[in-house]
Design a binder for this molecule. Structure first.
Ligand code: GAF
Length: 377
């Protein structure tokens, strides 16, 4: 269907179609830029890119969300700040590839997506990764998924101007169906941890609170800077290098405002370790770790909001095994682990709690660990 839209817009066929998924992080939040650990799964929902190379140096970008509109950019003149809104992400990928020395040029690109934007499900990284995968494929760049993830992250950091870590791009590029991805953000080592919720009699619900978050608004950058300051004060390369046994002593050497950040990061890395152990043996036992992770993000890291707190509290009160906000925070989505038989009741309870509090009704979906970026056709 969108191949026909592509033809209508650009007057020729695409050379192919590529897809990259959004993600839900099970545990390990705000750890990636501290060189720590995380455990995301890829969603079934993807950003799709239909692409045809051009030889006149023009990058023409269109999205099914803005019908009939084409953003036209000169690839040779691309520079940070030179593209607005969603177009900055694909433009940033092309800019980054060229800066890394790859001989890539213009293209006609049509984007379609069923990853909700601003829902904390990593729609931006999925957009970057879909375009990066298409370009790498069409130009035969021979780059590994992890290398493409780093280039996509660099596009977001340096071209779009958001100082994100690498988890979202790694999840979108490297996750496998039926597995969670254990990521070490220091060396980008990954391990697939088999996770099939249905086979374990479980359901993962994703509650989109409809409170839109934006990593570009400065709060994320401030948190990251706080962590980096704390590591420097402690004489460590990154907070990942602070062992749980040394946490209390380290907190005593830090100014009061940095202590909760450090406590969150160190305990969160520990929760990832525990979660990986449990996922392999008894996934239902993950529940309390998720809920403890949420408490840490709410009370120490302070990135939750009334809607995410309510989604977690109402899900757990209705019988969920555990729940937590996922992603950067300040709104976005909550992931809920629940036994199959209780899933409908928990979803109804969350919806009722939102109605009673006067919040916009949440969108609730189930999540299945899915595959990373790939060529569709
Ligand atoms: C956002 C960022 F993009 C990630 O790099 C990560 O830091 C996450 O917030 C928090 O864990 O999604």
């Amino acid at each position: 269907m969108s191949a026909a839209v592509f033809r209508g817009l650009f007057g020729h066929d695409p050379e192919g179609e590529w897809a990259a998924p959004g993600r839900v992080n099970l545990i390990g939040e705000h750890t990636d830029y501290n060189d720590g650990f995380s455990l995301p799964i890829a969603l079934e929902q993807t950003v799709r890119a239909w692409v045809r190379r051009r030889d006149d140096g023009l990058l023409r970008l269109a999205s099914t969300r803005t019908p009939g509109r084409v953003v036209e950019l000169d690839v040779a003149a691309l520079a940070p700040g030179g593209a607005e809104g969603w177009a900055a992400y694909p433009a940033g990928v092309v800019w980054t590839l060229r800066r890394a020395g790859h001989a890539v040029g213009g293209a006609d690109v049509l984007i379609d997506s069923d990853v909700p934007a601003g829902a904390g499900l990593s729609s931006s990284a999925a957009l970057e990764c879909a375009v990066a995968t298409a370009y790498a494929d069409l130009h035969g760049l021979g780059l590994e998924p992890g290398e493409l993830a780093l280039l996509a992250q660099r596009a977001e950091n340096e071209f779009v101007g958001v100082p994100c870590g690498v988890m979202d791009q790694m999840a979108s590029m490297c996750c496998r169906a039926g597995s969670a991805l254990h990521l070490d953000a220091r060396d980008l080592a990954t391990r697939d941890i088999p996770f099939d919720p249905a086979a374990a009699g479980l359901v993962l619900l994703v509650v989109d609170t409809r409170v839109h978050h934006d990593l570009g608004d400065g709060a994320y950058a401030a948190l990251r800077a706080g962590c980096e300051r704390a590591a420097a004060l402690l004489g460590l390369p990154a907070l990942r290098d602070l062992a749980p046994a040394g946490l209390d002593a380290a907190l005593g050497r830090l100014p009061a405002e940095l202590r909760p950040l450090v406590r969150h990061v160190v305990t969160e890395d520990e929760r990832v370790r525990q979660a990986v152990d449990l996922l392999e043996k008894d996934p239902a036992a993950l529940g309390p770790i998720l809920t403890a992770g949420h408490a840490s993000l709410r009370d120490d890291y302070r990135v939750s909001c009334p809607e995410t707190d309510l989604a977690v509290a109402s899900a757990v009160a209705a019988g969920a095994l555990g729940a937590r906000m996922t992603g950067g925070g300040f709104g976005g989505s909550v992931v809920v682990l629940v036994e199959q038989g209780a899933a409908a009741e928990v979803a109804d309870a969350v919806t009722a709690a939102f109605a009673a509090a006067g919040h916009t009704a949440p969108e609730i979906h189930t999540a299945t660990p899915s595959r990373g970026a790939h060529r569709v056709r």
